[in-house]
Design a protein around this ligand. Structure first.
Ligand code: BES
Ligand code: MN
Ligand code: ZN
Length: 488
């Protein structure tokens, strides 16, 4: 999809559709008034009939009878004028784009009144709304437009919105690929391709190197699979060389069968999504590099497959993690924390100044917060507050869970230093975080459990089902804020 800004009158250009916006106060701006005039007052009539209500992401399609150079005018609700922000812009644009993407379109023009700081988010939404999960369907449910024109957009917002949209879609595509295609090695190759295209530095650790690095916890998870593990390290040194990098770490379990603590079919059906954290880190690093953000970021992808075989790890095994901590395995389905344990240790040893890990870590987090909210846990409130603020600006819902000491006692083991599950299932998102905390030493750290929002089982009006690319917009927003002079 080509994306471009235009300044000429939108009715002078041939197009398949023009998308206008309206707030819930129903006061049309001048672009919408112009379109209304060309349509013989159709917009105002629809407003009077309460067909158009300006509700956020509500889409109304108007087909002019003749005489216009567009086939269709779409009016999308922008919600409350005062609370309109990048999150709302993203959703409204995505909803309109998704509607139109049901058919092939050559040219779609977005003509929203008062384009402002939210335009980049809206452009991102338009790109994301157009991409579906139907990678291998002959007849697509969604077709990306050939050309997207945005009236009055600045060059900067075109670049930012396009890059962000493409990076979110990259992550979504990887999540949607089948697990026998996207093995750890294949994921590393995909990362290499991204690195070559964006100028990221890349290092791949294979099984041999991981053994030399004593990554005993990660390697134990990988042992049941014929597809050997990989750790991919991506470096983007965009900031002051004196500033230690921010490390982003992603759980990349390319398929989670549960191992010998085998999942039932229903629970296993969506477990190709268990590499979403790693795909999110890759998408974020790609965006940082393409947008040349003035920050140092290093991405760590922990890529393994959790399967069963004659040599798979077992319940009762005691592992020695890279840090030296010994771990009693009492559930092979609690594998993500084992992968992250070694990954965190590598990042800390390599001098990360701050850490954020992203992982589809626990069903318990979905029980606590539902399918749309990311759970945050931290050892450093100031650091977490910065992420919460960025999430708020991006319109991505996050909620912090407490890290009381009582939860740490639950992972004490009789045999080893710790065990990989808590006592019973209650508070499982937090006992998992308490496990991870053992490997971050004193580095400011946030754990983001994206088990709920990373993968949508049902489509939404603004987003197809499947991988969602959740948290990339928030992380890029955080990096942008970190690069501002007053925050360095
Ligand atoms: N990958 C799963 C968590 C998950 C669940 C992700 C639902 C996405 C949707 C993780 O590896 C897992 O199986 N966790 C266990 C932990 C338990 C054994 C302590 C769980 O949540 O049941
Ligand atoms: Mn699991
Ligand atoms: Zn898992």
């Amino acid at each position: 999809m080509r994306t471009q800004s235009i300044d000429s009158a939108v009715l002078d250009i041939d197009s398949d559709a023009i998308v206008a916006g309206i707030f819930s106060d129903l006061r049309p701006g001048h672009l919408l008034r112009e379109l209304d005039q060309a349509l013989g007052g159709a917009v105002n009539r629809l407003i009077a009939r309460e067909e158009i209500r300006g509700k956020l992401a509500e889409v109304t399609r108007i087909f002019p009878s003749q005489g216009l150079r567009t086939d269709e005018v779409v009016v999308v609700g922008r919600g409350d004028r005062d609370s309109f922000n990048p999150g709302a812009a993203w959703r409204a644009a995505a909803a309109a784009a998704k509607q139109l993407a049901g058919r092939r379109r050559r040219r779609v023009i977005f003509a929203w009144d008062d384009p402002g700081p939210d335009t980049a988010a809206a452009i991102c939404g338009a790109l994301v709304g157009c991409q579906g999960q139907d990678l291998y369907r002959a007849e697509k449910k969604l077709y990306a437009f050939e050309e997207l024109l945005w009236h009055g957009a600045s060059a900067a917002s075109i670049t930012q919105g396009t890059v962000l949209g493409e990076c979110v879609n990259l992550t979504r595509r990887l999540v949607n690929e089948g697990p026998s295609y996207l093995t750890p090695a294949r994921f590393a190759e995909e990362a290499l391709e991204v690195a070559q295209q964006t100028g990221l530095e890349l290092e791949v650790w294979d099984e041999q190197r991981l053994a030399i690095e004593r990554c005993g916890a990660l390697l134990a998870v990988a042992r049941g699979s014929d597809h050997p593990p990989r750790v991919v390290i991506l470096r983007y040194p965009g900031g002051d060389p004196q500033t230690p990098p921010l490390a982003l770490l992603g759980k990349g379990v390319t398929f989670d069968s549960g191992g010998y603590s085998l999942k039932p079919t229903e629970a296993m059906q969506t477990m190709k999504c268990d590499m979403s954290g790693a795909a999110t880190v890759l998408g974020t690093l790609a965006a940082a590099a393409r947008l040349q953000l003035p920050v140092n970021v290093t991405g760590y992808l922990g890529l393994v497959e959790n399967l069963i075989s004659g040599d798979a790890f077992k319940l009762g095994d005691v592992l020695t993690a890279r840090s030296g901590t010994t771990i009693e395995v009492l559930n092979t389905d609690a594998e993500g924390r084992l992968v992250l344990a070694d990954l965190l240790d590598v990042a800390v040893e390599q001098g990360a100044g701050r850490l954020i890990d992203l992982a589809t870590l626990t069903g318990a987090c979905v029980v606590a917060l539902g399918t749309d909210v990311t759970g945050l846990m931290t050892n450093d409130q100031t650091w977490c507050d910065a992420l919460i603020a960025a999430a708020h600006r991006s319109g991505e819902p996050v909620w912090q869970l407490p890290m009381f000491e009582e939860f740490a006692e639950q992972i004490d083991s009789q045999v080893a230093d710790i065990k990989n599950i808590g006592e019973g299932r209650w508070g499982g998102a937090i006992t998992a975080a308490k496990f991870l905390e053992r490997f971050v030493r004193n580095t400011p750290w946030i754990h983001a459990d994206i088990a709920g929002p990373a993968f949508a089982e049902k489509p939404k009006a603004w987003l197809d089902a499947g991988g969602t690319g959740v948290m990339i917009r928030t992380l890029v927003e955080l990096l942008r804020a970190a690069g501002e002079p007053e925050n360095v």
